[in-house]
Design a protein around this ligand. Structure first.
Ligand SMILES: Cc1cc2nc3c(=O)[nH]c(=O)nc-3n(C[C@H](O)[C@H](O)[C@H](O)COP(=O)(O)OP(=O)(O)OC[C@H]3O[C@@H](n4cnc5c(N)ncnc54)[C@H](O)[C@@H]3O)c2cc1C
Length: 265
């Protein structure tokens, strides 16, 4: 089982509405051709800050304009564009790290209290394949954990017919699954829907994408970035997907780390 990322929602720019605003202001926008919605929204967000439309507009292309904003450190404009991804084939250990990202993210994850994990799958770290003993120990343990989950569920479900149990049916079911899930491993596969803005995603890639010892995070970061480099290449222009010696991906930031704090026009 390996990580899979589905892009389920993307920004949509209403250009007619913007043009109507500009008409009211007595100005125009020299709109470049071919930029995706997300990048046009970011460009417009930047231009609104300086009202750099009409005769105040520089000849920069959309891509040049966005890259300059990023190099200046004017990244709040990137918060106007969000994408929603459905991520599957990842472990609970991975999502525990992911949900630590508090700013600019929204999460909706499969519940182990409402969802019966009797048929749970487990995400196997590829490193295990390098040592048969390690792989055998891992495989043995997940089989035992799954069986124990089923046994606990079955034993506790007998409580549903006993008198004197204080919970209502729904809460009893929650309590039973909570008790049973307590022994499920970190490797248990999960599904998570995330929505994140471009600034937050760039931050995630910077701090999480290139940690050699965290293959699952690198795999997920690379899958997310593959989508985003199609969706908004200029916003993610300074990230690259490389490959480590074992063939796994790594996301590196090519940023100069310098800011040019000049006013934009
Ligand atoms: C290599 C590595 C090792 C880690 N090890 C551990 C560990 O051992 N234990 C552990 O608990 N966590 C660990 N973490 C998680 C880490 O501490 C962060 O919680 C996680 O990476 C989210 O990053 P963030 O806070 O920058 O992101 P976000 O929560 O998305 O925040 C984005 C940015 O907003 C700003 N910000 C957000 N909240 C605040 C705030 N309250 N006050 C001021 N500024 C704020 C910061 O600039 C922050 O970088 C580790 C992360 C990495 C990458």
């Amino acid at each position: 089982m390996s990580v899979k990322v589905y892009l389920v929602s993307r920004p949509q720019f209403d250009v007619d509405s913007l043009l109507s605003f500009l008409r009211d202001q007595g100005t125009i926008w020299r709109r470049g051709a071919g930029a995706p919605s997300a990048e046009e929204i970011v460009e417009v967000a930047g231009r609104i800050c300086y009202m750099s439309f009409g005769q105040n507009q520089s000849p920069r292309t959309n891509a040049e304009y966005i890259q300059r904003l990023i190099l200046m450190g004017h990244e709040s404009v990137l918060e106007h564009v969000n994408w929603t991804f459905l991520i599957t084939g990842v472990s609970r250990a991975f999502t525990h790290q992911l949900v630590r990202h508090r700013v600019g993210f929204a999460f909706s994850q499969l519940s182990q209290q409402y969802h019966d994990e009797t048929d749970a799958e487990f995400v196997e770290p590829s490193l295990l394949r390098k040592a048969p003993g390690a792989l055998a120990a891992w495989q043995r343990t997940v089989v035992v954990a799954k069986q124990a989950y089923r046994d606990i569920l079955k034993s506790l479900q007998a409580l549903e017919t006993q008198s004197g149990v204080e919970f209502q049916k729904k809460e009893l079911s929650r309590a039973i699954r909570s008790a049973a899930r307590s022994l499920l491993p970190n490797a248990t596969e999960t599904k998570i829907l995330i929505t994140a803005n471009a600034r937050a995603l760039r931050h995630l890639f910077k701090v999480r994408g290139s940690i050699p010892g965290d293959e699952e995070m690198r795999q997920a970061a690379a899958e997310l970035l593959r989508h985003l480099q199609v969706e908004a290449p200029s916003i993610f222009f300074d990230f690259k997907i490389g490959t480590l010696a074992d063939g796994s991906p790594i996301v590196t930031w090519q940023g100069a780390g310098e800011t040019q704090n000049e006013p934009e026009e």
